[in-house]
Design a protein around this ligand. Structure first.
Ligand code: ZN
Length: 282
C-alpha cells in the first residue's frame, strides 16, 4: 500500500521515547534523525504531527529532580543494573516507590539485556509487586540492544511469558515487539492478555522509505505477518524511541504495518489505556 501523506493517523501518543535535553550524546543522535534535542523542538514536532503525548522511558537517576518533564510527557521509572545490585537494591526500590506517587510517573521500565539478570530473578520480583500495588504497567526492553556489552539471552521475548503468568494482574509491555524475535514475541502476546507491545525502535536514523520498502520488504512483511497473527490490535502501541528516528518517517512506517481501521487504537487508544493517560480525550 503506497503511503498517502494526507491519510495519516489523526491523533497519536508516542508510547516510548527517551528524553535528555542538553545531553551531547542525545544531541548527536537527534541530529542524525533530522531533529534537535530540545524541549521546544519536541513540542513543535509533536504539534506538527498530531502527537498529543509521549511516555519517556527513564534512563536517569531515580531522584525526583532528574524527572522533570514538560506536561506533554509522562515517564516510566527506569531500573538500571546499579539499582539491582544487592548493595543498592533496597534504596532503589524505595526511590522507585516515591516515583510511583508522582502523577507524571505512569509505570516502571526494566532494561533487560542491559541488565544481566533473568526476568524472574529475585532482584526484579519486588518491582512486579510494586507495579501490582500501584496498578502501573511494567515496560521491559526486549530484542536487539544498542550496546554490544548487553546480553541478548536476557532480552528474549519468551522471558516475559513467565513473569506474565506469575503476575497476572500486572500489565506488561514488551518494548520493540521483541524485534527481531517476532515469532516468539507473537506467541507471548497471543497467549498472555496482560502483555502488550510497543512498536518503537523498528528503524533507526533516517530512511528513504521508498527505497526501504523495496530493500527490506521481507522485514516489513514479517512485521505485518506477526502483528496480524496475534489478532489483538488492542495490544500494540505506537512508539518512536526518540531521538533514534525521524518522527514523520516513523509514523509513515508504522502506519504501513497496521490496517487503517486499527490506527486509532494502535496510534492512540491503547497507550492511553495501558499508561492510564486519563487526562487525554478518550
Ligand atoms: Zn527505548
Amino acid at each position: 500500500m503506497p503511503y498517502n501523506p494526507t491519510n495519516r493517523p489523526a491523533r497519536i501518543i508516542d508510547a516510548h521515547l527517551h528524553f535528555q535535553p542538553k545531553n551531547p550524546h542525545f544531541d548527536a543522535i537527534a541530529h542524525t534523525a533530522g531533529h534537535e534535542n530540545t524541549v521546544r523542538h519536541v513540542e513543535q514536532t509533536y504539534r506538527d504531527l498530531s502527537i498529543a503525548h509521549g511516555v519517556v522511558m527513564g534512563n536517569r537517576e531515580m531522584t525526583t529532580e532528574w524527572h522533570t518533564y514538560p506536561p506533554m510527557l509522562s515517564f516510566c521509572a527506569g531500573i538500571h543494573q546499579h539499582a539491582l545490585d544487592p548493595g543498592n537494591s533496597a534504596a532503589a526500590l524505595e526511590a522507585c516507590e516515591v516515583q510511583l506517587t508522582n502523577p507524571q510517573c505512569v509505570g516502571i521500565k526494566l532494561y533487560a539485556g542491559y541488565c544481566a539478570l533473568p526476568l524472574m530473578d529475585k532482584a526484579y520480583i519486588p518491582y512486579y509487586e510494586l507495579a501490582e500495588r500501584y496498578s502501573k504497567p511494567v515496560a521491559i526492553h526486549m530484542g536487539v540492544t544498542a550496546s554490544p556489552y548487553a546480553l541478548l539471552k536476557f532480552c528474549h521475548p519468551l522471558l516475559i511469558d513467565e513473569a506474565a503468568v506469575r503476575f497476572p494482574s500486572v500489565q506488561f509491555v514488551m518494548c520493540h515487539f521483541g524485534n527481531p524475535w517476532l515469532m516468539d514475541a507473537a506467541a507471548v502476546l497471543e497467549k498472555n492478555d496482560n502483555v502488550a507491545a510497543d512498536l518503537s525502535g523498528l528503524l533507526a536514523g533516517r530512511v528513504d522509505l521508498g527505497e526501504y520498502r523495496v530493500r527490506l520488504h521481507g522485514y516489513m512483511d514479517q512485521l505485518r505477518t506477526w502483528i496480524a497473527y496475534v489478532e489483538r490490535y488492542d495490544a500494540f502501541m505506537f512508539g518512536t524511541d526518540w531521538p533514534l528516528v525521524n518522527l514523520d518517517e516513523y509514523i509513515q512506517f508504522v502506519s504501513e504495518l497496521i490496517p487503517q481501521e486499527h490506527w486509532d487504537a494502535v496510534f492512540y487508544g491503547n497507550a492511553r489505556r495501558v499508561y492510564q493517560l486519563s487526562d487525554l480525550p478518550g
